[in-house]
Design a protein around this ligand. Structure first.
Ligand SMILES: Nc1ncnc2c1ncn2[C@@H]1O[C@H](COP(=O)(O)OP(=O)(O)OP(=O)(O)O)[C@@H](O)[C@H]1O
Ligand SMILES: C[C@H](N)[C@H](N)CCCCCC(=O)O
Ligand SMILES: [Mg+2]
Length: 275
């Protein structure tokens, strides 16, 4: 845990951020700082549907428009071993696509050892996840960034504690949501239910990404076409099944008018002040 819960479990700090793209922003050709900032919350139709892959691709696409782009994984359940100690694979993936490095307490405030639902992983680690504390980390992170991509964990309603879910965090941050639809049989229902839950929170569904996680899915195009007609949000990208999934190879379309319509005025960049 790096600061987003009420009691630290006994474990060492995870790997420091070493973003591979950091040097890319210090060149003379960097775009000028925009008058607005951008943030989005990436959720998915389930766990393992490609949120991290898409979040990293979003960061790379945003880096063409904003000099300082940073990913955040507020709650990670499950660690990998690194020379620097246990780390979240998702946080490392986001850091590799970010253009500035921030302390782990800001980009991954809660790191839990067990790869479980966050509420169970937290319980086992003896910590309590607090939405206001996560929000404070997000607001501190925003001080270092022009664009922030926040990756949830699992699906939109995954519990963080007995009395709160990832949806509560998204609502507290009050930022537009991007939905990753893991294309496989069953995803239409999951996508429509998730869109409904996002809107029921009062959050805009800013867009969605179709990500084929089942290489043998039938009628892929017809499924995507149905969601295009019924999700009521723009399709930002359609990623086919990848033999070697890498965010650098993914092209997401972030039209300027889409960025403008989802941009946050600087006065609202900390989130939590309504949309
Ligand atoms: N289009 C794709 N083609 C092939 N493999 C993919 C594709 N998208 C994602 N994957 C793979 O599926 C696995 C799950 O993806 P990812 O870790 O991005 O999911 P996630 O939604 O972020 O999961 P979590 O809820 O754990 O954060 C990874 O091994 C990833 O490389
Ligand atoms: C551990 C895993 N990779 C995710 N980070 C958490 C997924 C939680 C799913 C909970 C559920 O919906 O049943
Ligand atoms: Mg992930």
């Amino acid at each position: 845990m790096n600061g987003g819960a009420s009691k630290a479990p006994a474990r060492s700090e995870h790997a420091p951020a070493v973003p591979s793209a950091t040097s890319a922003i210090s060149t003379a050709s960097s775009p000028p700082a925009p008058a607005t900032s951008f943030a989005c919350f990436v959720t998915g139709t389930d766990t393992g549907v490609g949120k991290s892959l898409v979040s990293a691709a979003l960061l790379r696409a945003l880096a063409r428009h904003y000099p300082r782009v940073v990913g955040m994984k507020p709650v990670a359940a499950g660690t990998i071993h690194t020379p620097q100690g246990p780390a979240s694979e998702d946080a490392l993936q986001l850091r590799a696509a970010s253009t500035v490095a921030v302390p782990p307490a800001l980009d991954n405030p809660v790191l839990l050892p067990d790869p479980l639902s966050p509420h169970l992983a937290a319980e086992r680690a003896g910590v309590r996840i607090s939405v206001p504390v996560l929000q404070a980390s997000y607001e501190a992170l925003c001080e270092h960034a022009d664009a922030v991509v926040v990756e949830g964990a699992g699906g939109f309603l995954v519990p963080l504690a007995e009395d709160c879910t990832m949806a509560d965090l998204a609502q507290a941050l009050a930022i537009p949501v991007v939905l990753v639809v893991g294309l496989r049989l069953g995803c239409l229902n999951h996508a429509l239910l998730t869109a409904q839950a996002i809107r029921a929170c009062g959050l805009p569904l800013a867009g969605w990404v179709a990500n084929q996680i089942d290489p043998d899915m039938a009628a892929v195009e017809d499924n995507v076409a149905y969601l295009r007609r019924h999700l009521g949000a723009p399709l930002l990208g359609h990623i086919g099944y990848l033999a070697q999934p890498q965010s650098a190879a993914i092209e997401l379309a972030l039209p300027t008018d889409w960025l403008c319509s989802n941009a946050l005025p600087l006065s609202r960049r900390g989130g939590g002040r309504g949309l």
